[in-house]
Structure formats: structure tokens, C-alpha cells
Design a protein around this ligand. Structure first.
Ligand SMILES: O=C(O)c1ccccc1NCC(=O)[C@H](O)[C@H](O)COP(=O)(O)O
Length: 272
């Protein structure tokens, strides 16, 4: 069993517990009564023709399978405010409980404090989680190609769009990029962390980014430690970076986001 299989098994069990507490019908009522989703596509520069900036998706991440405990984050909403003040385009809230110590309560708390679009970062395996994301104020959801069939990719993307949300479709291999493109994904992530082995290889981004169509927003996920890593991703075609560990373990995340944004813009200007 791979790490991803193991995570997904726990996600399914936890979801079954939640289904017993909140029915799909009740969740749908809550989702349809929620304030409209914010436009994460536009926030990531999708609508602008030249995309001269590098956008930052700043993640709220307490622990991880690869690194264990990262930060206690007693007040995720305060951290989110710092992220927003630093210029984060989107805030990612990890809601998976067993391995990342996240929750939907974190998403609620962050939603109540910031106006920037929110990514519900979880392992989406069932339409229930998509309704759940919208009911809790998410604007963007994650679909991991390695965990889903082509039919699920299409159906989950369509449902998300119906609910006004965007989808970040995550890839790690050339075949997964092909599948994301075939599913009409317009925000495509390349995760340089292999979710089956947890190895991080930053060169994976450069290998895959060139095969993503020009109209898509390209997100470099994982492995950002410093401005040099940001410049590397931006030089190889990233429109956005998704950063967790480097921000939650930094005493001044607001300044770090500003630094990453500047490093990305300089690398994009140099590649033009
Ligand atoms: O972070 C992990 O160890 C991990 C393990 C298994 C599945 C997913 C995992 N992380 C999810 C992510 O994609 C990252 O949280 C995100 O890209 C930020 O990465 P980083 O900046 O390296 O914390």
C-alpha cells in the first residue's frame, strides 16, 4: 500500500463518520445557502493576458506524513490574516485530520476572517466532500489525478463548477498531465512531492510544466524553502506556487510571502 492509499483509506473512514452526522441532503441545503464562491481563477491571474506576477497560495499545515509536526497553529485565522496581509492570492486550508491535523473547523475559522479565495486542501474522493467544501466557504478544491479515475475527474470538476468553485488538478507524471488536460483542467498543479513515496524532486516541475497548455494557470506545489526555489519554479513557467512548511515554520510569514512574490516576479521578468 502506498502512502497515498493509506491516507485515502483514513479519509474514507472519517468521511463515513461525518456522513452519519450530516446527510448529503442537509449539506446541499447548506452549500446552496452559502455566500457565492470567490473567483480563485482570477485571483491566480487566470484572466490576465501576460501573467507577469507569481502568485502565492499560502498553506495552513500543522503536520505532514513526511515531516511530522510542523507548527501547532492554535489560531489558524490569525495566520490566515498574516498570509492575506502579505499578499497571498489564495489561502490553502488542509482539512484532513489523521495525517495533517486539519479540520473543517479550521476552514470555518479562516473563512470568517479573510476575503481571499480559499482552497479546501484535502483528498477528494467523493462528491460529498465537494458539497462539504462549498458549505464551509471554500472557493477552490483539490483533485489529485493519481487518486481518481477519468470519470471522477470529469464529474467532480463539473460539480465544482456548478457550485461556482474552481478546481486545482494535481499531477506528478507526464501521464497525469495528459489526463488533467483531457479533463479540461484550467488550473493545473505539478506536485514535486511524490505522494506514493514522499520523495521531493524539484526538477519534476521543469520536466512537466512545458507540456501544460498556455491557457492554464500552472501551480508549482511543494518544496519551496527559499527565494531561490521560487525563482527556479518561476523561471520554468510557474504562474503560482503552493507553499506550506516554509510559511508555517517562519516567524514572519507576511514578509516571507512578499519576498517570494518579488523573487517570482524578477524571475518571470528575466524569462520574458
Ligand atoms: O506534505 C506531505 O508530507 C504530504 C504527504 C502526502 C500527501 C500530501 C502531502 N502534502 C500535501 C502537499 O501537497 C503540500 O502540503 C503542499 O504542496 C505544500 O508543500 P510544502 O511547501 O513542501 O509544505
Amino acid at each position: 500500500m502506498t502512502v497515498l492509499d493509506d491516507i485515502n483509506a483514513g479519509v474514507r473512514e472519517d468521511m463515513e463518520d461525518r456522513k452519519r452526522l450530516v446527510s448529503l441532503a442537509e449539506l446541499k441545503d447548506r452549500a446552496l445557502a452559502a455566500a457565492p464562491a470567490r473567483d480563485a481563477w482570477a485571483a491566480l491571474g487566470g484572466a490576465s493576458a501576460d501573467r507577469g506576477e507569481l502568485k502565492v497560495i499560502a498553506e495552513i499545515k500543522r503536520r505532514s506524513p513526511s515531516k511530522g509536526d510542523l507548527a501547532s497553529i492554535a489560531d489558524p485565522a490569525s495566520l490566515a490574516v498574516q498570509y492575506a496581509d502579505g499578499g497571498a492570492a489564495v489561502i490553502s486550508v488542509l482539512t484532513e485530520q489523521r495525517r495533517f491535523n486539519g479540520s473543517l473547523a479550521d476552514l470555518d475559522a479562516v473563512r470568517a476572517r479573510v476575503d481571499v479565495p480559499l482552497l479546501r486542501k484535502d483528498f477528494t474522493l467523493d462528491e460529498y466532500q465537494i458539497w462539504e467544501a462549498r458549505a464551509h466557504g471554500a472557493d477552490l478544491i483539490l483533485l489529485i489525478v493519481a487518486a481518481l479515475s477519468d470519470q471522477q475527474l470529469r464529474e467532480f470538476s463539473a460539480l465544482s463548477r456548478e457550485l461556482g468553485m474552481n478546481v486545482l488538478v494535481e499531477t506528478h507524471t507526464p501521464e497525469e498531465v495528459e489526463r488533467a488536460v483531457a479533463a479540461d483542467a484550467r488550473i493545473i498543479g505539478v506536485n514535486v512531492r511524490n505522494l506514493k513515496t514522499l520523495d521531493v524532486d524539484r526538477s519534476v516541475f521543469a520536466t512537466l510544466a512545458g507540456s501544460i497548455p498556455a491557457g492554464a494557470v500552472v501551480v508549482a506545489e511543494s518544496g519551496v524553502r527559499n527565494a531561490d526555489d521560487v525563482a527556479h519554479y518561476a523561471a520554468h513557467g510557474a504562474n503560482a506556487i503552493l507553499v506550506g512548511e516554509a510559511l508555517v515554520s517562519d516567524a514572519t510569514p507576511r514578509e516571507r510571502i512578499a519576498e517570494f512574490t518579488a523573487a517570482g516576479a524578477a524571475a518571470i521578468a528575466a524569462r520574458a
